[in-house]
Design a protein around this ligand. Structure first.
Ligand code: BV8
Length: 253
């Protein structure tokens, strides 16, 4: 039996599945990854721009970067990987088994693909908030007229995402950590697994006895039992179709 077949069997037999996704699951929707060759933006390292310090130093630059990414996310479409994960959730729930999708991504594509049990660890780029009051707004799907945009309470508008050095939403992290207690299969898709505490979920799942599987064209820092080498948009539909029957991975909700 090859690795793919072993994972198919694990999907069929698992009582609870948790999937952790990163930027790689949206790569085939045309969205940039963080550490990939196309990650830098106008010569700026995203890891330095995605910080409160960068926003404080140059709110216009950071606002422009996120506005461009916000519009890109709104214009993007879920790809076969997102759609397969939504189908996987439907199959498992219909069989009375548990499922949770934990994403580091802020593009909203999992929900648009029909996934329901989704935890967005790092927030969402389509919602912004006044950087002083925290009041949230959902800007229209048109480019900001100026950068930074004035917030509703006199601050600047900033994206409602978690920057480096900022705490993750405690409820989201708690829900992800609680799932480690019931999952027996943990699937890591499209992440370099270097950002914490998200990457720590992989170690936590293994420590609690889950089988850990990775889907990625190249090995990440994740310490897993099985690595399926390939694109998420290719492997995930194949896994779901072989585990739950042909045609079962491509239907959007
Ligand atoms: C915090 C939102 C504490 C913004 C992001 C240990 C414990 C705790 C913290 C730390 C720690 N060690 C270090 C830290 C600090 C830091 C951190 O982890 N730094 C790293 C760089 C070392 N962590 C933090 O600051 C976190 N906060 O811990 O706060 C605290 C507590 C209390 C009070 C105050 C503070 C906050 C981290 C969140 C940062 N925000 N995003 C935005 O999006 O702009 S993280 C950012 O990186 C994105 O969310 C992204 O998703 C995430 C991870 O990157 P990946 O998704 O993995 O993307 P990457 O490009 O790296 O990799 C893509 C992968 O896809 C590759 O493997 C590639 O091969 C693969 N791929 C490509 N194509 C495909 C594919 N796979 C499948 N199919 C394909 N087609």
């Amino acid at each position: 039996m090859d690795d793919l077949e072993r994972v198919v069997t694990a999907l069929r037999e698992a009582r609870g599945v948790v999937v952790l996704t990163g930027a790689g699951v949206s790569a085939e929707s045309g969205l940039r990854t963080f550490r990939g060759p196309d990650g830098w933006w106008r010569g700026h390292d995203p890891l330095r721009l995605a910080t409160p310090e960068a926003f404080a130093a140059d709110p216009a630059l950071v606002s422009e970067w996120y506005d461009e990414r916000r519009l890109g996310a709104l214009a993007a479409h879920p790809n076969p990987a997102h759609i397969a994960l939504a189908a996987l959730e439907r199959h498992l729930v219909a069989a009375g088994r548990r499922f949770l999708l934990v994403t580091q991504n802020v593009d909203g594509l999992h929900r648009r693909a029909g996934s329901r049990a989704v935890v967005e660890l790092h927030g969402t780029i389509t919602v912004w908030r006044d950087h002083r009051s925290g009041r949230r707004v959902t800007p229209p799907a048109t480019p900001f007229a100026s950068h930074p945009q004035p917030g509703p309470d006199g601050g600047h508008l900033r994206p409602d995402v978690v920057w480096f050095g900022e705490a993750l939403p405690s409820a989201a992290l708690a829900e992800a950590e609680a799932a480690l207690g019931w999952c027996d299969l943990f699937v890591v898709v499209g992440t370099s697994a270097v950002v914490y505490p998200a990457a720590g979920l992989i170690e936590g799942a293994a420590a609690q006895g889950a089988r850990c599987v990775e889907v990625n064209p190249e090995p990440s820092a994740a310490n897993v039992h099985t690595r399926l080498v390939g694109r998420a948009g290719d492997l995930l539909p194949r896994l779901v179709a072989r585990a739950f029957g042909a045609g079962s991975s491509s239907t959007q909700a």
